[in-house]
Design a protein around this ligand. Structure first.
Ligand code: BG6
Length: 478
């Protein structure tokens, strides 16, 4: 369904995110017929470029990152015709009058702040000053949304001076992933799971976001952040919220976000022994973390594993284990809900221990798998075996239906539609920092040095111990 014609201004329109994700994503939505040719997309940045120069830049970005749609030459030409460019100085007055003239009064206007958080306040202020902060306007802000509670509060305050919360779209691209939304469909669209979704039946839940890539050329940013700020405070926290929250009364933005907030507020502080930090070492072919970030003494973590507890009626007694890291063996992100053993095995000890595990796979092969225990076929007596009821979306729905829009594509379209369900509310972000800050402060106070792990491994051994000592184990990353 096409969205109504809109004006979208991308601050940081020549930056990396715009080039890799936002612009190619918009092009794919255009090819899919969701964006009408009357829409207008304006790049805004400090570089001296004109419309033609920007079109050439975007043409290249699409050739590099546009996927299969890049072949649609005619569409590409019409898409490029929708683009314009204005040189704008976020901290000065250059370009603002021109920008104000270019955007249309009677349409949805979205301003995408694809810039560092240090500029959010300036951009909001100047949009207001130049008459672009009225009810027709929305702003989209990228992570990192601050680096601690205090800075996040400052950012929220700065934006709130000129925009209402209903106009602010804080992106966490994990919420735009197909399977993440499916998590809600599975939980609240089936009778099967919800009655079992609590500490009476669930032994523990594990959330893994494993990457094979290192910090690449983002060392400058990453070394000041680390995995805790870069992944846990936002992406993993959002996954945790969706898996743990109470059923919202409606699938509407505030109902969903209220429930997520309650989860974050019910998190216990994490004990020092329940935290493992790691930093990757080189493996001969690839440089280690410290080389990559050009900081020989860096104590920033590229891996975190932790155990946490949610203190509420549903989850008291069920631990959640989270781990994320770079340069691990496989790229694999999944949430596994591990159910408890049956209260009594009628098949005797030789049948072994069997548990149901529901796995929600985020990437690479999006899908949902339920492990069920059955009799091992054959005459060998009552031996039990676990088999997967596997619903890989591409297999179940056919490759075409499973060709999901990228997270960014979906989220930008939601901005235009005015649907905030998959965006973080200000209080949520603050609550997430309030939980994260003491963990990071603890590391700093103790002068904690992350444990080295080999590139291509599954992280430091202590992360395995975190589970072993509880008689549990991580699912293999594969
Ligand atoms: C980003 C982080 O938000 O998410 C990166 O800053 C990380 O460090 C990325 O690599 C992971 O996203 P995805 O979609 O590839 O899992």
């Amino acid at each position: 369904i096409p969205v109504e014609p809109f004006d979208l201004v991308i601050f940081g329109g020549t930056g990396d995110l715009a080039r890799r994700k936002i612009l190619p994503g918009l092009f794919r939505r255009f090819v899919a017929g969701q964006i009408e040719p009357e829409a207008r997309i304006i790049g805004a940045a400090r570089s001296e470029l004109d419309d033609a120069g920007y079109r050439a830049f975007v043409g290249e970005a699409i050739a590099d990152f546009g996927g299969n749609e890049t072949r649609q030459k005619k569409k590409l030409k019409s898409f490029l015709d929708m683009l314009g460019y204005v040189t704008v100085d976020a901290k000065g007055d250059t370009g603002w009058e021109e920008l104000a003239e270019r955007v249309t009064d009677d349409r949805i206007r979205a301003f995408y702040f694809s810039v560092g958080p240090g500029l959010f306040g300036d951009l909001a202020k100047r949009l207001h000053k130049h008459g672009m902060a009225d009810a027709q306007s929305r702003i989209v802000v990228e992570k990192p949304f601050g680096r601690d509670l205090e800075s996040a509060r400052d950012l929220n305050r700065g934006l709130a001076q000129h925009f209402d919360e209903s106009q602010i779209y804080r992106i966490d691209h994990y919420l735009g992933k197909e399977t993440v939304q499916n998590l809600m469909a599975v939980r609240f669209g089936n009778m099967l799971f919800e009655p079992l979704w609590n500490s009476q039946y669930v032994d523990h839940i594990q959330i893994t976001v494993a990457e094979t890539v290192g910090v690449g050329d983002r060392g400058g940013y990453y070394d000041k952040s680390g995995a805790m700020r870069d992944m846990v405070q936002n992406h993993m926290m959002q996954l945790l919220c969706l898996i743990a929250m109470e059923p919202p009364a409606k699938f509407d933005p505030d109902a969903v976000r209220d429930e997520k907030l309650k989860v974050i507020r019910a998190l216990d502080p994490v004990e020092k022994d329940d935290l493992v930090r790691g930093q990757y070492e080189g493996d001969g072919t690839q440089p280690g973390y410290r080389n990559q970030v050009e900081n020989r003494d860096s104590t920033t973590e590229s891996f975190v594993a932790l155990k946490l507890h949610i203190s509420n009626w549903r989850w008291a007694g069920t631990p959640f284990y989270l781990r994320t890291g770079k340069r691990l063996r496989e790229r694999a992100s999944e949430i596994a809900v591990v159910f408890k053993d049956t209260p009594h095995s009628i098949f005797g000890p030789e049948a072994g221990n069997h548990r149901n595990i529901l796995t929600i796979k985020l990437q690479p092969n999006e899908g949902i798998e339920l492990g069920v225990t059955i009799k091992e076929p054959g005459p060998g007596g009552m031996r039990l075996v676990d088999v997967p009821l596997d619903m890989t979306f591409a297999e179940a729905l056919g490759p075409e239906e499973a060709d999901f829009p990228d997270a960014y594509e979906r989220l930008i379209m939601d901005v235009i539609r005015g649907n905030q369900t998959l965006f973080m509310r200000g209080d949520e972000v603050e609550a997430a920092w309030a939980w994260t800050d003491p963990i990071i402060a603890g590391w700093q106070d103790r002068g904690d040095v992350p444990l080295a792990y080999t590139s291509g491994s599954s992280g430091p051994d202590d992360a395995l111990m975190l589970m072993h000592r509880d008689g549990r184990r991580w699912r293999e990353i594969k």
